[in-house]
Design a binder for this molecule. Structure first.
Ligand SMILES: CC(C)(COP(=O)(O)OP(=O)(O)OC[C@H]1O[C@@H](n2cnc3c(N)ncnc32)[C@H](O)[C@@H]1OP(=O)(O)O)[C@@H](O)C(=O)NCCC(=O)NCCS
Length: 271
């Protein structure tokens, strides 16, 4: 797949052909390419949820950069999302690209941190594998806290990585869930991680995840605004990337109600 060639060149290890194919299956009209003389010069992907949208995977081949192709791909994606009735568009921008996004009207929200490392590996009897039958209640809780319907992507995660999807359920119902995935070269990423309880109370879910993946590090994306989670992860051995991307938005000021419960993002390109 052509898009995977570009993400590979950029060493974006969490973007596998499987992950990129998901965007195309979800909405082929939101996947854009730029061509120069019939040659693939760039890509950009827009994801439509109900009221919000995400833009990700913006790449222009090095030989075609600085000729406004990146800007034009972004403009096309923004126009597409606007036509779909989206009121707020999000993205995670690397710092070098922030001026490009600012010129298009995006405003910074907070840093979108990336942490890497290992936490203690422990198994807990109250943490159990997510099963297909659990999905309806996970979709409900995800809609409540994430604010948009990402059921398509969650179902795919479970189908492809069942061994990396865990939940905490007690007599009061579903308390928390964590989905993982595997990237290029076995690179493991945790998230989305959503909980009704505090980050501290939900740490066992991550420790159980660590036990499931064995003695290897993993990465996790956390919005800086969820302060408690960041502190907890650092205290428990995760190292923040020194130059994290910026979560930015365009359009109506985003409603962040419930975002404290979204402990880790699912993906920089689709929230
Ligand atoms: C970001 C990118 C798509 C821009 O493509 P482009 O066709 O050069 O874009 P434009 O000509 O419309 O705009 C150029 C702007 O891109 C940004 N930019 C320049 N070099 C960059 C780089 N290495 N990485 C990211 N952004 C860069 C700058 O804001 C630049 O504006 P300036 O010329 O005023 O400094 C291209 O640099 C790229 O593919 N970078 C690597 C992948 C990447 O970082 N993607 C963004 C992820 S959030």
């Amino acid at each position: 797949m052509a898009a995977a060639t570009l993400t590979n060149q950029e060493h974006w290890r969490s973007e596998t052909p499987l992950e990129l194919a998901a965007y195309y299956v979800y909405d082929p009209d939101g996947c854009f390419i730029a061509e120069v003389d019939g040659i693939l010069a760039g890509i950009c992907i827009a994801t439509v949820y109900q009221h919000t949208g995400f833009i990700g995977e913006l790449i222009v081949q090095p030989q075609y950069r600085k000729h406004q192709l990146g800007t034009r791909l972004m403009q096309t994606a923004i126009e597409y999302l606007n036509n779909e009735g989206i009121s707020c568009i999000f993205l995670d921008g690397v710092l070098k690209a922030v001026p490009l996004y600012e010129r298009l009207g995006f405003l910074p929200l907070c840093r979108s941190l990336r942490l890497f490392g290992q936490v203690s590996a422990r198994e807990f009897t109250h943490i159990t594998p997510i099963q297909t039958i659990d999905l309806p209640q996970i979709f409900d809780m995800d809609l409540q806290f994430f604010g948009s319907d990402r059921s398509f992507f969650l179902e795919r995660r479970l189908r492809h990585y069942p061994e990396l999807c865990w939940k905490w359920q007690d007599i009061n119902g579903l308390q928390a869930y964590l989905f993982g995935r595997v990237g290029i070269g076995g690179w493991v990423t945790a998230g989305p991680w959503v909980s009704r309880r505090s980050a501290q109370e939900t740490l066992p879910l991550l420790e159980h995840f660590q036990s499931a993946i064995g003695n290897q590090p993993f990465s996790i994306g956390v919005l800086e605004s969820t302060n408690q989670t960041v502190q907890l992860l650092v205290q428990n051995g995760m190292q923040p990337n020194p130059e994290p991307p910026m979560r930015m938005f365009l359009g109506l000021v985003p409603n962040m109600v419930g975002s404290e419960q979204c402990l880790a993002i699912g993906s920089p390109a689709k929230g």
